[in-house]
Design a protein around this ligand. Structure first.
Ligand code: BTN
Length: 335
């Protein structure tokens, strides 16, 4: 099925082609006439689009009569570049890119309802209403983080779908280490933390019938190149850049993340819940022996983590001695 291009707000294919052309010839001046010819628009459109790219933070220099060049190759996740990096992958076929959207999860849900096939990837440089867990918002500074949502159509029952959140957490944990060397902590069910500060999170949403999942969307937000965070986030969030002291290529990181997720996803479909649960218990330092506060929305209690159930639920021994299984809720560590 060819990729839909009419989704409102997605980056114009030719605008993306302009960016790719300039990026591939960075620091070399290309004439407006050549650009116009190669991407199939008029020279005045090229000028307008270069202006637009500048507004979006791209360091494009030059004038219509001299030609244009990029002072620095921007780390923008245009569909061409992403597809090229993900050749042969489930996620290298249908890539929807936005310079700005409210939430990539919202877009992916709409694609899901519209019958979009499995493997679609929705990316944004900036989100104006990024969604976090428990109704929280997700701070989505332009070009600094990775904001990506995947559309999946697994043959699973709805009760198994939360395992995909944990699976995505495992994939993100591996991709972070491969990209930057940062050893993040993985907190059930989906938090990536470094020294207690949030590096990334996953929000899975689904459309299901009582016995079968129709589709699941897996939204991942990873703080990559933020130098600082506004307000109270300053004390509770971190980024790969802050942890390593260097900026990281979001494109490279995205490619690692999606290839890792694809391989983990295939293993989960082949081997079942045990693959996710066993790996999570190995990787997550939170799974055993941690003092935690659990907030289920209806009650709050203190206890100590005692591993995961075969279905992937967190088991906690409450301070009262009663054993509890956390189905959903906020689990925070007690220091
Ligand atoms: C959490 O609260 O830990 C989950 C955060 C998930 C944020 C990502 S960013 C990409 C995707 N689109 C959204 O609106 N949310 C998720």
């Amino acid at each position: 099925m060819p990729q839909t291009t009419s989704l409102p707000g997605t980056t114009d294919r030719r605008l993306a082609a302009l960016l790719t052309l300039l990026s591939e010839n960075a620091t070399i001046v290309i004439s407006g006439a050549r650009i116009a010819r190669e991407i199939g628009v008029s020279r005045s459109t090229v000028w307008r689009w270069v202006e637009r790219l500048r507004e979006l933070g791209v360091r494009a220099k030059g004038q219509p009569h001299t030609g244009y060049f990029l002072e620095k190759v921007p780390d923008i996740l245009t569909p061409d570049l992403v597809r090229r990096r993900l050749k042969g992958s489930l996620f290298g076929k249908r890539v929807y890119h936005f310079f700005k959207t409210d939430s990539t999860n919202r877009v992916a849900m709409e694609l899901g309802y519209a019958g979009e096939p499995e493997g679609a990837v929705v990316l944004a440089e900036e989100q104006t209403a990024g969604r976090g867990r428990a109704g929280r918002s997700w701070h989505s500074e332009r070009g600094a983080g990775l904001y990506v949502t995947l559309l999946l159509r697994p043959k699973l029952s709805p009760v198994q779908a939360p395992l995909l959140t944990m699976l995505a957490g495992l994939s993100a944990h591996s991709a972070v280490a491969a990209q930057s060397g940062v050893k993040a902590e993985l907190k059930w069910p989906n938090d990536l933390l470094v020294n207690g500060k949030k590096l990334g999170g996953i929000l899975t949403e689904m459309h299901a019938e009582p016995s079968a999942v129709r589709f699941v969307i897996v939204g991942m937000g990873i703080n990559v190149n933020q130098e600082k965070f506004p307000g109270e986030l300053g004390g509770i969030a971190t980024s790969l850049r802050r942890e390593t002291g260097r900026s990281q290529s979001r494109l490279e990181f995205l490619a690692k993340l999606l290839r890792q997720f694809e391989s983990d996803y295939n293993r989960f479909l082949r081997e079942g819940a045990a693959y996710v649960v066993e790996r999570f218990e190995l990787v997550s330092s939170f799974a055993h022996g941690r003092r935690v506060r659990v907030d289920t929305g209806t009650e709050t209690y203190l206890g100590t983590t005692e591993g995961l159930s075969p279905e992937g639920l967190l088991m906690v021994k409450r301070d009262s001695g009663v054993r509890a299984t956390v189905i959903a809720g906020d689990v925070s560590e007690m220091k």
